[in-house]
Design a protein around this ligand. Structure first.
Ligand code: NAD
Ligand code: IPM
Ligand code: MN
Length: 360
């Protein structure tokens, strides 16, 4: 099979973790006889430095005409980087929001799974050692607070800022259907997370989810308030199978879910729409604090590459091979610093990539 992949290495640790992922994809291509053609494009801070804007029309059109997009991460230190002196629509994150919206990627899947080998790295030993957990967060990605109108204006001599949280029934319905379809091939349980005790958008969310649920009588649905969900994720993560939620709640809860797997460096992510196209990126950021040191964990990005093979290219056994290689390397005791404990074999970013590539 031949596939064209638009590659956005991005900022910070992005180039480091994407290079390791390409190494692993190439190993898969060699073993299973596929050609992955990469076209590199700029997005985020590096694009601002080169072109004065976070995503050029040319880069966007290359992404649009590819079979899938592989992304590292974008952005810098939001307190110190000069990129954050620019107007908001010229900053690195504006590129990411634009590409998600322009490509129509409304469904963001973030699987969080506790590898038995990493039980030691999980901060919740009592809660997880016996049961483990295996959940997937289905986050709405092109609506809500991220895309509502916003402004900062002066009212009565002081600045007032507002951000609009908007959801339509159709936006809620399509992400709910995605979540129910996923639940059907998992443990058939959905926890829909909202703030329906306060927000109208959440009350509409609940109504639409209940309507969609009627078409999936085999799937159990529960509604949980977001504050309680944050608590339950720590108290009893094994209760969750599919977590369905809106954009901002999904952003926050997925970082929380990542940490109970041991590290944000383990959490992969796929941003999808109705067809086979997708954008694949780790859930974490550009980690400016550790960039350039060859210590970042590349596993989240490598597993996002596996999701690309599975969801966009239907290469299931190849995706299995990557996931198995990751498990093998963890089983053999290799760890980047973020998941390292005494007695493990400490490896760098590039060594971790080499190890996984050699075992696919
Ligand atoms: P971050 O996720 O970059 O970092 C949070 C912490 O996790 C840091 O201590 C970092 O070192 C660590 N970390 C993250 N990824 C890691 C990995 N692969 N291996 C080991 N440790 C890892 O979050 P932040 O510091 O809040 O944000 C930094 C920048 O990243 C900001 O500009 C933010 O907007 C951007 N960001 C981008 C994306 C994306 O491109 N999808 C996602 C989140 C944040
Ligand atoms: C993520 C990131 C982005 C988001 C930022 C960088 C805009 O945190 O992918 O989780 O909030 O969606
Ligand atoms: Mn986030």
């Amino acid at each position: 099979m031949e596939k064209n992949i638009a590659v956005i290495k991005g900022d910070g640790i992005g180039p480091e973790v994407v290079s390791e992922t390409m190494k692993v994809l190439d190993a898969v291509g060699k073993k299973y006889n596929h050609q992955f053609h990469y076209t590199q494009i700029l997005m985020g801070g590096c694009s601002i430095d080169a072109y004065g804007e976070p995503l050029t029309d040319e880069a966007l059109s290359i992404a649009k005409s590819s079979d899938a997009v592989l992304l590292g991460s974008i952005g810098g230190n939001t307190s110190t980087s000069p990129w954050y002196k620019l107007p908001p629509n010229k900053r690195p994150e504006a590129g990411l929001l634009k590409i998600r919206k322009e490509l129509g990627l409304f469904a963001n899947l973030r699987p969080a799974y506790l590898y038995p080998e990493l039980a030691d790295a999980c901060p919740l030993k009592e809660a997880t050692s016996a049961k483990g957990f295996d959940m997937i967060i289905v986050r709405e990605l092109t609506g809500g607070l991220y895309f509502g109108e916003r402004s900062t204006t002066e009212v009565n001599g002081e600045l007032v800022a507002h951000d609009n949280l908007i959801y339509s029934e159709s936006e809620i319905r399509r992400i709910a259907i995605k979540a129910f379809e996923i639940a059907r091939v998992r443990r058939k349980k959905i926890t829909s997370v909202d703030k329906a005790n306060v927000l109208d958008s959440s009350r509409l969310w609940r109504k639409v989810v209940n309507e969609v649920a009627k078409d999936y009588p085999d799937v159990e649905v529960e509604h949980m308030l977001v504050d309680n969900s944050a608590m339950q994720l720590v108290a009893n993560p094994s209760q969750f199978d599919v977590v369905l939620t809106e954009n901002m709640f999904g952003d926050i809860l997925s970082d929380e879910a990542s940490m109970i797997t041991g590290s944000i460096g383990m959490l992969s992510s796929a941003s999808l729409r109705e067809d086979k196209f997708g954008l694949y990126e780790p859930s974490g950021g550009s980690a400016p604090d550790i960039a350039g040191k060859n210590i970042a964990n590349p596993i989240a990005t490598i597993l996002s590459g596996a999701m690309m093979l599975r969801y966009s290219f239907d290469l299931n056994k190849e995706a299995d091979a990557i996931e198995q290689a990751v498990r093998d390397v963890l089983k053999e005791g290799y760890r980047t610093v973020d998941i390292y404990k005494d007695g493990d074999k400490k490896v760098s970013t590039t060594e971790m990539g080499d190890l996984i590539a050699s075992r696919v």
